[in-house]
Design a binder for this molecule. Structure first.
Ligand SMILES: [Zn+2]
Ligand SMILES: [Zn+2]
Length: 483
C-alpha cells in the first residue's frame, strides 16, 4: 500500500508565502507571493516597458513561482533544496529586493516600483495554466522573428511551447546584431583546425558547412573547420545573443537575430504588442499555445500528484502479441499492471488514462495520438521483455535521448522498481523508440521483467507481484515530483 501521502491544511496566514534564496546576497527570505512577483518582474523586464507587457511579465513570474513552490505541489529549487526558488535567473528566476532596486534605479526607484506594483496588483493571483496546471512560463529578451519549439532547446516536446511567428520585436535592439571575428580568433575560440591560406579571398570554402537549422531558423548544428558543433555551443563559445544566426566570410561576421533561447514569451514582442494595444491575455495566449489564465487556487493539501494527468500505455494488446514459455500473454500482464497503477494514481488525486482498456489490439500510432490528445503531464508505457536466451532477466526503463525530464522520471521509477522487485538492475537507459519520440510530454517505457524467462513469467502471473510493481512505479512518480 502507499503510505507516503501527507495531507495537511495550510494556515491562511502562511498560505501564499515563498521561501526564497537570494543568491546575490546568499540570504534566505520568506516573501509574500505578490511581493515576490514585484521583485521578480523588476529583475526580468525593463520597467520602462508598457503596462500590458509588465502585466504579462508579472503573470509569467507568478506562474513560474507557483510551478516551483512546494505549497502547490512543486519540486522547489533543485539547487537550494530547502527553498521554493532561488534568485539565479539561469536556474529558477531572477529577483531584486528593495536595496538592489534602489541601487539600480536610483532616482527612478519610486516611479518604477510603483509602475511594477500596479502591474502586479492588476494581475493579482493570476497564473498561466495548461490543463489546470501552472506551466513553465519561460521568456527571453527577443526572438528575432520566430519563437522556438521546445524540443529544439530542451529535447522534449511541450504542448504550449510551440513556434510562433513574431514581428513584434522588430524594434528591439536585438532584432539583428552582428559579431565579427578574425579567422585566427575564430580558430582560437572554437578550438578548430583550419588551413587559412585562402583567407584573403572573399569566400572561404569549407570553413562553415553542413548546416542544419530548426523550422524557426535557429542553428541546430554546424560544422566549422573540422569540428561539428551544436548551435548552442557556437552561441556560448562566441558569446552570440542567440542561435538564430548567419555569417559572412572575409573575417567572419555572425549576423544574429534575437536574443535568448527563444522559448515562450518574447519580451520585446510583448512590448511591441502592448504598444499596438493588445491586452495582457492576448499577449500571453499568442506566445503560450493553448494556455489559459486562471486565478491561483488556495492549496488544501500537499498531495504531489493532485491534479496531475497521467497516461498509461499497456502496449498494443490483442492475441497477436507475445507470450511467455508457459503461455502468459504480454498484452494481458501489461494491462493488469496498468489497471492497478491507475487505481493507485486516482487515490493520489491524479487522473489516469489508459490508452486501451481491453485486451484488444490498438496500434502504436493510435495510442500515441491518444496520449497527445489527452495532454497529460507524463506518459508511462508498460511492457515486458522477450529475449532468445531464457535465462536473461531483469528490469529496465527507457527514456528518449535528450529528454531531461523523461530521464529523471525513468531514474526514479527504475530505482524503486529494482528495490521492490529485486530483479536484475538493467538500468534507466536512452532509447530512440517511436512511443517516446512521438509523445508530446515527458515519457518513459518500462520493461518490468522478462516474459521469456520462466521464473519471471511465473512472477508476472501473480497478482501480488503485479501490485508490488505498480506500487513501486507510484513511489517512483512521487519521488520524481518531490525531488
Ligand atoms: Zn533555483
Ligand atoms: Zn519576437
Amino acid at each position: 500500500m502507499i503510505n507516503r501521502v501527507v495531507v495537511f491544511m495550510i494556515q491562511e496566514s502562511e498560505m501564499l508565502r515563498i521561501k526564497l534564496f537570494n543568491c546575490q546576497k546568499q540570504e534566505a527570505r520568506i516573501v509574500d507571493m505578490e511581493e515576490y512577483v514585484v521583485g521578480a518582474v523588476a529583475a526580468s523586464m525593463p520597467p520602462e516597458f508598457p503596462r500590458e507587457a509588465l502585466k504579462a511579465q508579472a503573470i509569467c513570474c507568478r506562474t513560474l513561482a507557483a510551478k516551483r513552490a512546494r505549497i502547490f505541489g512543486g519540486s522547489g529549487c533543485r539547487r537550494q533544496q530547502e527553498f521554493d526558488v532561488c534568485s539565479d535567473p539561469d536556474h529558477c528566476q531572477g529577483f531584486l529586493d528593495e536595496d538592489e532596486r534602489q541601487k539600480i534605479w536610483h532616482s527612478c526607484y519610486e516611479e518604477y516600483t510603483e509602475k511594477i506594483r500596479q502591474a502586479v496588483d492588476e494581475t493579482r493571483g493570476m497564473v498561466l495554466v495548461y490543463n489546470d496546471n501552472p506551466i513553465e512560463a519561460v521568456f527571453h529578451p527577443a526572438c528575432g522573428g520566430y519563437t522556438e519549439d521546445s524540443e529544439n532547446v530542451w529535447g522534449n516536446r511541450v504542448s504550449y511551447l510551440r513556434r510562433v511567428e513574431c514581428i513584434y520585436c522588430k524594434d528591439s535592439p536585438y532584432w539583428k546584431t552582428t559579431r565579427t571575428f578574425s579567422i585566427r580568433e575564430l580558430k582560437k575560440r572554437l578550438g578548430i583546425n583550419f588551413d587559412d591560406h585562402q583567407v584573403d579571398k572573399i569566400e572561404i570554402p569549407g570553413l562553415i558547412h553542413k548546416i542544419s537549422s530548426t523550422a524557426a531558423g535557429r542553428i541546430k548544428s554546424v560544422k566549422i573547420g573540422d569540428m561539428l558543433f551544436d548551435g548552442d555551443e557556437v552561441r556560448n563559445l562566441l558569446n552570440l545573443p542567440s542561435t538564430r544566426f548567419a555569417w559572412k566570410v572575409s573575417s567572419v561576421s555572425f549576423q544574429v537575430m534575437g536574443m535568448g533561447h527563444g522559448l515562450g514569451m518574447c519580451q520585446y514582442g510583448a512590448r511591441g504588442m502592448a504598444l499596438l494595444g493588445f491586452p495582457v491575455d492576448e499577449i500571453l495566449k499568442f506566445y503560450f499555445t493553448g494556455a489559459e489564465i486562471r486565478t491561483l487556487e488556495k492549496p488544501t493539501s500537499s498531495k504531489p500528484l493532485k491534479g496531475k494527468i497521467i497516461v498509461l500505455d499497456p502496449g498494443h494488446g490483442g492475441d497477436s502479441g507475445s507470450t511467455g514459455p508457459m503461455g502468459l500473454s504480454e498484452g494481458y500482464v501489461n494491462l493488469e499492471i496498468a489497471r492497478v497503477l491507475a487505481d493507485c494514481l486516482e487515490q493520489e488525486g491524479a487522473t489516469a488514462y489508459l490508452t486501451r482498456d481491453k485486451n484488444e489490439f490498438k496500434s502504436l500510432a493510435e495510442r500515441v495520438r491518444f496520449s497527445n490528445d489527452v495532454k497529460p503531464d507524463i506518459t508511462i508505457s508498460i511492457h515486458q521483455n522477450i529475449f532468445s536466451d531464457d535465462k536473461m532477466g531483469g528490469t529496465e526503463t527507457f527514456y528518449y535521448p535528450g529528454d531531461a525530464e523523461g530521464k529523471r522520471l525513468a531514474e526514479h521509477i527504475q530505482k524503486n522498481l529494482v528495490l521492490a522487485l529485486m530483479l536484475r538492475d538493467l538500468g534507466a537507459k536512452e532509447a530512440d523508440l517511436y512511443v517516446l519520440r512521438e509523445t508530446n510530454n515527458p515519457s518513459v517505457m518500462i520493461n518490468v521483467a522478462f516474459l521469456s524467462n520462466p521464473e519471471e513469467e511465473r512472477l508476472l502471473s501473480e497478482p501480488d507481484f503485479r501490485q508490488k510493481a505498480a506500487a513501486a512505479i507510484i513511489e517512483g512518480i512521487l519521488s520524481y515530483y518531490q525531488d
